[in-house]
Design a protein around this ligand. Structure first.
Ligand code: NAD
Length: 267
């Protein structure tokens, strides 16, 4: 077994920047044809496609808002029309709308749940429907289909000031595990990645000044901020047959953030 993804079609949501962009490129470099979903950053998505093509794989940018059922259906239909089927979904799109809980508007709550949790459900449902309709292709992969959900360390670490985000990622944990339990007997593997602090646009204020970065590093035993490629390599492994027999698990890619580093000094 290898990391080779030749003859696989992968769909990555929110792939015009950050972790999604790095993951789309890593899957393409491993030989997969990649559908690069974006919501509004068309140029970013086209740049990711160009990088994938330059490395020798096919790529297609498709606009869709993952919180819209109609958009998600159209996204998967476009992928099927272009490439016949999909074998890998990386449900990565996500956002934050931060506020103290007593000041959070219903719109802020709903937007985060709609994108981060309902969006993952809609994409997983569409992928699973396609995997079941297509059936196994043992010449391509041991699994009939593979899904990687982008969760967060905040599926386990509670997060004041971000109740909508923490609730969405806690929801992703049991969404992923319940789907994994439901479809393992059909050859579908479903796992999550829980990134710690990764240098992307979503958390720029946490790393773009020396003071902010120094404060952030007190939370990271491994002593550096994560890069999108750290997460992309984990996603590649989970999407390949090298991780065959792994399903229903969350892989933490966090430099030890969930090791409760405060207890190192104060325990
Ligand atoms: P990012 O902002 O670069 O990426 C998020 C992507 O999702 C963007 O490209 C954005 O356009 C897209 N997106 C947002 N709403 C969308 C929608 N409705 N439909 C389609 N796409 C949409 O930030 P990132 O850090 O790369 O985030 C990727 C994922 O990783 C998110 O799910 C995030 O919660 C998760 N994550 C990030 C970190 C981190 O430290 N950066 C940590 C834990 C988890």
């Amino acid at each position: 077994l290898t990391l080779d993804l030749s003859n696989h079609v992968a769909l990555v949501t929110g792939a015009s920047s950050g972790i999604g962009a790095a993951t789309a490129k890593a899957l393409g470099a491993a030989g997969a044809t990649v559908v690069v979903n974006y919501r509004s950053e068309r140029e970013g998505a086209e740049a990711v496609c160009a990088a994938i093509r330059a490395a020798g794989s096919e790529a297609l940018a498709v606009q869709a808002d993952v919180s819209s059922e109609a958009d998600v259906e159209a996204l998967f239909a476009a992928a099927k029309e272009a490439f016949g089927t999909i074998h890998i979904l990386v449900a990565n799109a996500g956002l934050q709308r931060d506020a103290a809980a007593h000041e959070m508007t219903l719109d802020q709550w709903r937007r985060v749940i709609d994108v981060n949790l309902t969006g993952q459900f809609l994409c997983c449902r569409a992928a699973i429907r396609e995997f079941l309709a297509r059936g196994p292709q043992p010449a391509i992969s041991r699994a009939t289909g593979k899904i990687v959900c982008m969760s967060s360390v905040h599926e386990v670490i509670m997060w004041a000031g971000h109740v909508n985000y923490a609730a969405s990622k806690g929801g992703v944990k049991l969404l992923m595990q319940s789907l994994a339990q439901e479809y393992a007997d059909r050859g579908i593997r479903i796992n999550s990645i829980a990134p710690g602090a990764i240098r992307t646009p979503i958390n720029r204020e946490a790393w773009d000044t020396p003071e902010a970065l120094a404060k952030l590093l007190t939370l990271i035993p491994y002593g550096r901020i994560g890069e999108p490629e750290d997460v992309a390599r984990a996603a590649l492994w989970l999407a390949s047959d090298l991780s065959d027999y792994v399903t229903g698990t969350t892989l933490f890619v966090d430099g030890g953030m969930t090791l409760y580093p405060g207890f190192r000094e104060n325990g």
